[in-house]
Design a protein around this ligand. Structure first.
Ligand SMILES: [Zn+2]
Length: 264
C-alpha cells in the first residue's frame, strides 16, 4: 500500500449529513446514534455504518495512483518548458508560465496550511503539459502536513456517479457526491474531458457551487481554454470557477511524458 493511499484512507473526510437540531435529534445512523459502536451485553461492536464509510473512503481514494504519489515540487522540471517560445508575440514564454504555475501551486499549499481555506487553482494546459504533475505535487505536500485531500479524475467520477443508477452498487449517488462536496481540498483532474450533457453539467455545477458557498478550495486541471470550458462545462459553473480559482497556464512544445519516455 502506497503512502498516499494510507494517508488518504486515514484523512479523507467522511460525508456528514446535517443533523436536524429539532425536537428529536435525527441521527445519520439510528443504529449507533452516530457513535460508531454498538454495546451488546457489555461488549462494544463496530457499527455497520463505520464499515460502510470506510469502504466509501477507500473507493474514492483509489484514484490516487502510485505514480501520482511520486510527484513533488522538487521534481517539477522547469527545463522542459522553453525559455524562447512565447504563447504570442510579446507574451510570456512557456518557461515563464511554468514558473508562474509552480509558484502559484506552492503558494496555494502555503496559504492553505496557514488559513485552511482560500482561493483554489485552475491549471490549464495541453495533454502532457505537466498540470496533473503539479496537482499531484500539491496533494503530496498537503498530505505531508496531514491535510485531507480528495483526488478525483472527473470523467471517472462521473462514470461512478452514473453507475449508481444502473447497478445496486455499494454506495449511493448522494454518498459519492457528498464526499466530494465536503472534502477539505478537492482536486478535480481533467475537467472537460467527458461528454457534456445537462446531467454532467448539473452534477459539476452542484459540486463546484457547494464548495464555493462553503469556502472549500478546489484545484482543477483542464485541457480546455476558458472559452471551450464555457461550452462543455457551462457558463454558470465556469463563472464560479473563475471566482474561486487563480488561473495558470502550462504550455510545452512537446508532450513531457513522451520526452521522459525517451529519457532525455
Ligand atoms: Zn452506526
Amino acid at each position: 500500500m502506497d503512502k498516499i493511499g494510507k494517508l488518504l484512507r486515514k484523512n479523507l473526510p467522511l460525508a456528514k449529513e446535517t443533523k436536524e437540531e429539532t425536537d428529536g435529534t435525527k441521527y445519520r445512523c439510528p443504529l449507533c446514534q452516530d457513535r460508531g459502536i454498538i454495546i451488546n451485553d457489555d461488549i462494544a461492536y463496530q457499527c455497520q455504518c463505520v464499515k460502510h464509510r470506510t469502504a466509501l473512503k477507500n473507493f474514492l481514494s483509489a484514484n490516487v495512483t502510485p505514480v501520482i504519489a511520486t510527484y513533488t515540487f522538487d521534481k517539477f522540471q522547469l527545463s522542459y518548458y522553453s525559455p524562447h517560445i512565447q504563447i504570442e508575440s510579446g507574451g510570456p514564454t512557456y518557461r515563464a508560465l511554468a514558473e508562474g504555475a509552480l509558484h502559484g501551486a506552492k503558494e496555494f499549499v502555503a496559504r492553505y496550511l496557514e488559513q485552511k481555506n482560500g482561493t483554489g487553482l485552475l491549471l490549464e494546459g495541453n495533454v502532457g503539459s505537466g498540470k496533473t504533475f503539479l496537482a499531484g505535487a500539491i496533494i503530496n505536500a498537503l498530505i505531508e502536513h496531514e491535510k485531507q485531500v480528495l483526488f478525483l479524475v472527473v470523467p471517472d467520477f462521473l462514470d461512478d456517479l452514473r453507475a449508481t443508477y444502473q447497478k445496486q452498487g455499494e454506495f449511493s449517488e448522494a454518498e459519492l457526491m457528498d464526499t466530494a462536496r465536503k472534502a477539505e481540498v478537492l482536486v478535480l483532474d481533467d475537467l472537460g474531458a467527458h461528454n457534456f450533457s445537462d446531467w454532467t453539467q448539473n452534477k459539476i455545477f452542484s459540486l463546484i457551487n457547494y464548495r464555493m458557498n462553503h469556502g472549500l478550495p478546489c484545484v482543477i486541471t483542464t485541457n480546455l481554454s476558458i472559452g471551450e470550458m464555457n461550452d462543455v462545462v457551462g457558463l454558470r459553473t465556469v463563472s464560479r470557477i473563475i471566482q474561486m480559482c487563480k488561473i495558470y497556464r502550462l504550455y510545452v512544445d512537446e508532450d513531457i511524458r513522451v520526452v521522459l519516455h525517451r529519457g532525455r
